[in-house]
Design a protein around this ligand. Structure first.
Ligand SMILES: [Zn+2]
Length: 428
């Protein structure tokens, strides 16, 4: 997290405001503007923590806020403390604490031992703009609450941000869902992580998700989630990079394309390569089409790059897919409420039926991709390479970037579609 002070703006200010609200110090609107209310809330928080109430969020303040960024506390046990007392103290539950600490015996707690205590709010926020620090907090927060959820990385973006991977389930029936190939479609990241949270929670408690028994659903199946393929692009579009050298470089690229608003119209990675035009499936044809449209060098969108998989983000997704060997993939984009399922004339066995079930569950349309957009995407490559069901889902309606206020209304349709996709994977 950056040093945040009065007058600062952006998604990290929103995250600070959210954390203050969660901690019991309401900062007014979660508007990403560090004004008087945020200042007063921050000072009260700092006083409560024994910090100098200087109204500036630096390393010590961010460290103190960490439980309200991640959704859990690491508590060092004192003599006589029990899970019950910790639950009362932190507003948690004994069950949630037991779940997060499978290695601890509640009847044999030793002073000095460390307990993970989940807090009472959902880890994944759907009310603020996103940035890569929030992405990291959420991945760590979900892993802390749900030890059955495995967390790892598949590589890093151009600026070094981790490309996270979350995995649920142990079965041989493997599905892969990815989000945010395109920068200004970053709303797909919180939406997919919200699904991961709901599924992990339902698995842990033996509950239903969208009417489906979560444990039965994940019996014999494994779900890998790549929540953000383009973290630098997300940070650019939401304003987290504003004022940096990377922002200036992207701005210089965008200056040649005044028809696209900057940074709101940016789809590419931070170097101006469209990550969903990078896969080895008709890449030369994509290049011919996009060059003819004028995208011959780094651009806010539609530049295919110097070669297939030349961008580290697309290469990481490709390599992970090869090693994971999924039976089915879903790629989340925005917008249009459409499901795409073919690559040119290739129709993987069963794919059409699954697409129709996803459409029935969500009200989305099943369509063929227009010819000029029909090459070098992730779904195109997956269908071509494996002849297995691979889908591109365009979530929501409106103009990209869809505002985060759309997330609550999009989520039920996404959940319904992902459940249909998972159910279609043969258990093994
Ligand atoms: Zn897209």
């Amino acid at each position: 997290m950056k040093l945040l002070y009065p007058g600062a703006v952006g998604p990290q200010v929103q995250l600070l405001q959210l954390a203050l609200l969660r901690a019991g110090y309401p900062p007014g609107a979660l508007d990403g503007v560090f004004g008087v209310k945020t200042l007063n809330a921050l000072r009260r928080f700092q006083r409560s923590q024994g910090l100098t109430p200087d109204g500036v969020a630096g390393p010590a303040t961010h460290a103190a806020l960490r439980p309200w960024y991640t959704g859990y506390v690491r508590h060092t046990l004192r003599p006589g403390e029990t899970f019950y007392r910790l639950a009362l103290r932190y507003g948690s539950t004994v069950g949630a604490i037991e779940l997060a600490n499978p290695g601890l015996d509640p009847l044999d707690l030793r002073p000095g031992g460390v307990v993970t205590v989940p807090l009472s709010f959902a880890v994944v926020p759907l009310e603020i703009d996103w940035c890569s620090p929030l992405l990291a907090f959420c991945c760590e927060g979900l892993r802390a609450r749900y030890p059955a959820l495995r967390l790892g990385g598949i590589g890093a973006g151009v600026l070094g941000s981790p490309l996270w991977r979350l995995t649920l389930g142990e079965g041989e029936g493997r599905a892969l869902v990815n989000a945010c190939h395109h920068a200004n479609e970053w709303i797909t990241t919180p939406l997919l992580l919200a699904f991961a949270e709901e599924l992990a929670q339902a698995m842990a408690w033996g509950e239903r998700i969208g009417g489906v028994d979560a444990r039965a659903l994940m019996e014999g199946r494994t779900l890998a989630i790549l929540p953000c393929v383009n973290p630098d692009g997300m940070d650019l579009v939401t304003g987290d990079l504003t004022g940096t050298a990377a922002y200036a470089r992207a701005g210089a690229i965008a200056a040649s394309y005044p028809e696209f608003p900057f940074p709101a119209g940016w789809k590419a990675n931070i170097e101006g390569v469209d990550l969903n035009l990078q896969y080895p499936a008709g890449w030369e044809e994509a290049r011919r089409i996009k060059f003819a449209q004028g995208f011959v060098s780094p651009a806010p969108r539609d530049y295919v790059g110097e070669a297939p998989l030349s961008a580290p983000e697309s290469r990481a997704v490709y390599n992970f897919t090869r090693s994971f060997d999924p039976a089915l993939t879903v790629s989340l984009h925005t917008q249009g409420e459409v499901i795409y399922w073919k690559y040119q004339d290739l129709e993987p066995p069963g794919a059409r039926e699954i697409a129709l079930r996803m459409a029935r569950a969500s009200g989305y349309a099943v369509e063929d991709v227009p010819y000029a957009s029909g090459f070098a995407g992730y779904k195109d490559w997956f269908v071509l390479a494996y002849l297995r069901p691979g889908f591109t889902v365009e979530l929501g309606r409106g103009e990209n970037p869809l505002p985060i206020s759309e997330a609550q209304s999009i989520y039920p349709d996404l959940r319904a579609m992902l459940l249909e996709a998972l159910l279609a994977v043969e258990q093994g």
